[in-house]
Design a protein around this ligand. Structure first.
Ligand code: TTP
Length: 198
């Protein structure tokens, strides 16, 4: 959205996720810069999934705000949880398989923390929770899904924006939240600092 408009600070998206950039574009928002944050995403001992999402979003925002003085910085982090358990961001097929076997027929949560840091350092945050239930997955469905590769780099080993949508028997809450950026809450944050109008 009118990047560099005179009355607005530049917007920096603190993310390497092409999904987040595409979701922002749906609000008509084009960041002036994309500056991925390097943070250690290892969960703390007994850290709850929603607290991890909130903490990592805040850490990503702070890391990038330090590199971009004078900018408005937007960061997010998405975590999939089954009860108190945190599912990994699947980097290997074995990890994705473990996730899918756990998610099969089971209710889970997708939490995204969203943090906006204003040029003066003022921080506003949202923590968004989407509840989903997958159908029971057969071995053939899991094997077929793994072969498609869509799981790679995704929290919980699936991507709802692809073929995994067909596994979703129930969803309550924000759909964009599952993909990595809850649009309703992100628009609220950007409006709150006067960056997005009306
Ligand atoms: C559950 C689910 C997750 N995801 C993605 C969203 C996030 O990009 C990713 C979770 O990892 P994140 O650490 O939130 O984000 P990222 O590593 O992709 O990017 P960055 O840290 O630089 O912002 O999983 C989907 O795309 N679809 C889904 O259905």
């Amino acid at each position: 959205m009118s990047a560099g408009a005179a009355d607005r600070p530049p917007l920096v998206l603190a993310s390497a996720s092409p999904r987040r950039l595409a979701l922002l574009a749906r609000l008509g928002v084009v960041p002036d810069r994309v500056l991925p944050a390097e943070v250690d995403e290892t969960p703390g001992k007994a850290e709850l999934p929603r607290l991890l999402a909130a903490r990592l979003a805040a850490e990503k925002a702070a890391a990038v705000a330090a590199q971009a003085p004078g900018a408005l910085v937007l960061a997010a982090d998405t975590v999939v949880g089954v009860g108190r358990r945190i599912l990994p961001k699947a980097e290997t097929e074995a990890e994705a398989r473990q996730c899918l076997e756990l998610l099969s027929g089971r209710r889970h949560h997708v939490y995204t923390g969203v943090v906006l840091v204003a040029p003066g350092g003022r921080r506003s945050t949202r923590l968004v929770d989407t509840i989903l239930t997958f159908q029971r997955l057969t071995e053939a469905q899991i094997a077929d899904y793994l072969a498609g590769g869509e799981w790679h780099g995704k929290a919980g080993g699936y991507a709802i924006q692809g073929r995994a949508e067909a596994f979703v028997r129930f969803l309550a809450g924000s759909h964009s939240n599952v993909i990595g950026l809850p649009l309703f809450e992100t628009a609220q944050l950007l409006r709150g600092v006067g960056w997005l109008r009306p």
